[in-house]
Design a protein around this ligand. Structure first.
Ligand SMILES: Nc1ncnc2c1ncn2[C@@H]1O[C@H](COP(=O)(O)OP(=O)(O)OP(=O)(O)O)[C@@H](O)[C@H]1O
Ligand SMILES: [Mg+2]
Length: 511
């Protein structure tokens, strides 16, 4: 069979890191080809080589596209032949319309004037193909992430894509949006478009992939053919981490003590619409040594709740009471919340979590400078020791603690965010999607760290969209829907069905 694409013996070095070492990849016509591997394995780098982000001359090896030796010097050159990459971070312009975003840079022009009628009509067609019935004039900022992702694909289709590359497209999508996106890949495949899918969600991969290439430490390990033989998640994991993983969740014997934090009647309103409640009368508690989960669908208000609790970082008209170890505490600013013993580890590592142009070391110690200071002067040796410890235990793939965070792979950035909060001596950690975009092996490490934290008598509140993760880890799970807590289950009674049922029941009640 003729390959659409062959990447042969690709190597790429950054100062101090060999990101790709003799990698081979072959993509056949109209196949969905998954690329998987641990954080830092080189997946994004390989795709950037392919799409010309890293131009010809900056890597070793050869790229054959539709049988021809290709030397892309820019993204524009690879796009011209039908290779379109959708990056880990979305790239649409929020305050332009859908149509403007799609035709930005390639507007249909008549006599040098943009023909907007044509652009709108064409946009409507493209949107229909990706399953959206949005108005082309809608501003992108008004769309959810799921729909923005589909607009990105519509934009790719407008460029007559033949090979579509998606780098973790479903990382921040709800289950429903992810399913829609995967269905779209299958539809595109039926129209002859091949796609490369990078994802840490193994269940999705085993659903749609025709073949899977596994990268480890910058090298190709193997390519599995899912049509020839059934490939299950355990098989994929073995290829990724190089060993069997008998358990996805570390064993733990909970030692749960008295109430650590108690929240009563927490309410918060939308930051722009003072009359719209987003968090409604939420009451809950966390005990010493306890891992408490908050389950809910995307948009149920979990992040808004956590952020409003953490120094009113979200919303207006916030009210309610917080008691920590039996005492009323003031959490009205972020500083006060931290002083009271609360930390919030955000799901959005780029916006709230990291100073990108600083080193791993500085980012790790950022939230607890007193922890490394001697008489108000930062003790750099101590900073290095602390950061090096976390780098080892979290297996942060980098050449050293001096590396700028901006150059780390997505998952490794997330590990730095976690280290930063682990290094504070907070009593309560609120973790918002802590394992998003993180590979299975590293997830296990993070679970171990969470277990250690609660063993020390701290309390952890975990927000996660991955229900198996909540079920595998938590001692108790609250269910949130439309701003309210609508269910509570001890680990022994929690199941996916029970959680979904309480969400559905509350929807019925609210009509
Ligand atoms: N611009 C850069 N400068 C220096 N090192 C880099 C740069 N980009 C990537 N690296 C390094 O190359 C390696 C591969 O990174 P890459 O982003 O390709 O990983 P990945 O497989 O996409 O991981 P993830 O699943 O976490 O997204 C990592 O060790 C990373 O730190
Ligand atoms: Mg990546």
């Amino acid at each position: 069979m003729n390959a659409v694409l062959e990447m042969r013996a690709i190597s790429k070095t950054f100062p101090g890191v060999k990101a790709l070492d003799d990698v081979n990849l072959e993509i056949r016509p109209a196949e969905i080809h998954a690329i998987i591997g641990e954080n830092g394995a080189g997946k994004s780098t390989l795709m950037k080589v392919l799409s010309g982000v890293y131009p010809y001359g900056s890597y070793d090896g050869e790229i054959y596209y539709e049988g021809q030796l290709s030397r892309f010097r820019s993204i524009a050159e690879s796009e011209r032949v039908g290779i379109v990459i959708i990056h880990q971070e979305l790239a649409l312009v929020p305050f332009l319309s859908i149509a403007e975003n799609i035709f930005l840079g390639n507007e249909p022009a008549r006599f040098g004037v943009i023909d907007w009628d044509a652009a709108f009509a064409r946009t409507r067609d493209l949107l229909r193909t990706v399953g959206l019935d949005e108005n082309p004039e809608t501003l992108v900022t008004h769309l959810g992430v799921g729909k923005q992702q589909l607009v990105e694909i519509a934009k790719a289709l407008s460029k007559r894509v033949k090979l579509l590359i998606l780098d973790e497209p479903t990382a921040s999508l709800s289950d429903k949006d992810s399913a829609a996106l995967l269905r779209l890949l299958v539809t595109l495949k039926e129209r002859g478009i091949a796609s490369i899918l990078i994802s840490h969600k193994l269940n999705e991969i085993s659903q749609v992939a025709d073949r899977i290439t596994i990268l480890r430490d910058g090298s190709t390990i193997e390519t599995l053919d899912c049509r020839a033989a059934a490939v299950d998640e355990d098989r994929i994991i073995r290829g990724m981490v190089g060993r069997d993983m008998a358990h996805r969740y570390p064993p733990r014997t909970p030692r749960i003590g008295g109430v650590l934090m108690e929240v009563r009647d927490w309410t918060a309103f939308h930051p722009l619409h003072a009359e719209r409640p987003v968090v409604r009368n939420v009451s809950f508690s966390v005990r010493k040594g306890e891992i408490v989960g908050i389950a809910g669908l995307m948009g149920s208000g979990r992040t808004e709740f956590a952020m409003s609790l953490f120094g009113r970082a979200y919303g207006q008209g916030v009210s309610g009471r917080v008691r920590i170890e039996g005492r009323d505490v003031d959490v009205s600013t972020i500083d006060k919340a931290i002083a009271a013993g609360i930390a919030y580890v955000t799901e959005d590592r780029k916006q709230l979590g990291l100073v990108l142009d600083e080193s791993i070391a500085r980012n790790t110690t950022l939230a607890n400078l007193p922890g490394i200071a001697r008489a108000t002067v930062i003790d750099e040796d101590r900073e290095s020791d602390v950061a090096e410890n976390y780098r080892r235990s979290m297996r942060i793939r980098s050449y050293g603690i001096g590396q700028q965070v901006v150059n780390l792979s997505g998952g490794n950035q997330q590990k730095v965010v976690l280290s930063k909060w682990l290094f504070t001596d907070t009593k309560i950690l609120i973790l918002d999607e802590p394992t998003r975009g993180i590979d299975v092996g590293a997830k296990y490490e993070i679970y171990c760290i969470i277990n250690e934290l609660v063993d020390q008598g701290r309390g952890v509140v975990m927000i996660s969209s991955e229900m198996p993760e909540l079920l595998g880890l938590c001692d108790r799970i609250y269910v949130m829907n439309e701003g309210r807590f609508v269910g509570e289950f001890p680990a022994s009674e929690a199941s996916q069905e029970a959680i979904m049922r309480s969400i559905m029941r509350s929807k019925e009640r609210n009509g």
